[in-house]
Design a protein around this ligand. Structure first.
Ligand code: GDP
Ligand code: MG
Length: 436
């Protein structure tokens, strides 16, 4: 999806002016991209119509940066389609009863564990997991393994073949033993069938849960929408969990499900481990779909780690032309504090895709650091004195080559000039320069 949308929006980005034909062409591309990502036809059509209306309503064509406004409109509309705001989970009731529904393999058992773990650690709740998948012999055992992993008790009755009874007994057990959340994991089938629907409806009626969650594999595309519809008709569920978003970058399911069943997506699953659970943020998802990278996270992280005081000191030095290799070393350390290079690059708009397959070495800085460490203090503050014999000494000392030393000196020189040029800019501008 991202590739196509990128291409479509690229037409608009960076163009000073666009025509009505351009808008129509672009939206046609956007629609095609949505369809390719398994967004259902009606949703995609409505989506592009709405964007078009808004674009014309806001006089996109006469604004200063029409491309950017279009990107914003598409993004806002996508966000809206996926629910707009983050939807919380209803934790009322003593105990809160949460019922899992969904096809076999969608990730119900895994998500039951993740949710129990999330509620336990984030909301200081005392959850109980309940094994109501009585058909596959390994299913009860699987939930026990999950429970052991996260230190949450699992209620099961291996001999009992009646899931309604098991669920009711579990709730009684929870009340007697101080559990305030009961998470009921159920059986699924590979496809929708009447027996399964009847069974889950019966459990649903008997325990009257505060939250009925529909779990769906994001990789199943258009099928996910049909399944959601069928389950919603029987259960009128409260929220959706999209699993396996780690393995699939297509956002199609997220976009259509909300608009077809009009229920919020509450969580996403991003891996097999128990902590691979995230609250669903429609705006961030829209960003990802549009290939803008998770800019919000990047900025948050940068703000956390970048020391403003340090930045001010540095700026002074640059202004006075006193920026030396020690300061450079310091900067590298600042950047490294922000996390792995690969993570950071992945969050930069556009770069994530372009550099996806490039192996970004977290040790990329090591050679540079070694070279600087091999310089004398005087050489660090006055790089100009580094002549041929000094270069040779530094290369040997750092285990690099004279060529590498030369390269660093040249880069440093260019960077100093660039910094001088943009002195007055804040710390973040500086960081950008360093990045280049
Ligand atoms: P259930 O049949 O609905 O209970 O599904 P399971 O919880 O047993 O999950 C089926 C498979 O999907 C298992 O191999 C899980 O490890 C895997 N799985 C579940 N959630 C995720 C996820 O978010 N990401 C990935 N990569 N795998 C997942
Ligand atoms: Mg299961």
């Amino acid at each position: 999806l991202s590739d196509k949308l990128d291409k479509a929006l690229h037409v608009l980005k960076g163009h000073g002016s666009i025509t009505e034909v351009n808008v129509a062409e672009t939206l046609k591309e956007v629609r095609r991209a949505l369809l390719d990502a398994d967004v259902n036809f009606k949703t995609a059509k409505e989506f592009t119509n709405t964007v078009k209306e808004k674009a014309l309503g806001q006089n996109v064509l006469t604004t200063l940066q029409p491309g950017q406004l279009m990107v914003k409109l598409v993004k806002d509309e996508l966000t809206e389609l996926m629910g707009g705001e983050t939807a919380g989970i209803n934790l009322s009731g003593t105990p809160t009863v949460i019922l899992m529904s969904g096809l076999q393999g969608s990730g119900k058992t895994t998500f039951s564990g993740k949710l129990a773990n999330y509620l336990k650690t984030k909301k200081t709740k005392k959850p109980l997991l309940v094994a109501c998948d009585i058909y596959r012999p390994a299913a009860i055992n699987q939930l026990h393994v999950v429970g052991d992993q996260i230190g949450v008790e699992v209620y099961s009755e291996p001999e009992n073949k009646n899931p309604v009874q098991i669920a009711q007994n579990a709730i009684a057990h929870a009340k007697q033993n101080g559990f305030n959340v009961v998470i009921v994991d159920t059986a699924g089938r590979l496809a929708i069938d009447e027996a399964m629907m009847t069974e889950i409806s019966n459990v649903h009626k008997a325990i009257n849960p505060q939250e009925t969650i529909f779990v769906v594999d994001a990789m199943t595309g258009q099928d996910a929408v049909n399944t959601a519809k069928a389950f919603n008709e029987r259960l009128n569920f409260d929220g959706v969990v999209l699993t396996k978003l780690d393995g699939d970058t297509r956002g199609g399911a997220a976009i259509s499900i909300k608009s077809v069943v009009d229920k919020p997506i509450k969580f996403i699953g991003t891996g097999e481990k128990m902590d691979a659970i995230d609250v669903f943020h429609p705006a961030r998802m829209a960003d990802r779909i549009l290939g803008m990278g998770d800019v919000v996270s990047l900025v948050e992280r940068a703000q956390e780690q970048f020391d403003e005081e340090e930045a001010r000191k540095l700026q002074k030095k640059i202004a006075k032309n006193q920026f030396g290799f020690d300061d450079f070393l310091n900067q590298i350390q600042q950047v490294k504090k922000m996390g792995s290079m690969k993570d950071l690059v992945g969050m930069i708009p556009g770069a994530g895709k372009a550099l996806k397959d490039v192996d970004i070495d977290d040790d990329a800085f090591k050679g540079i650091e070694a070279i600087i460490h091999s310089m004398t203090p005087k050489e660090r503050t006055e790089p100009a004195i580094i002549n041929g014999s000094r270069k040779k000494r530094i290369a040997i000392g750092s285990g690099t080559s004279v060529q590498q030393v030369n390269q660093l000196l040249k880069q440093f020189d260019q960077m100093s000039k660039m910094m001088k040029m943009m002195q007055g800019g804040g710390g973040r501008k500086m960081m950008q320069a360093m990045g280049k």
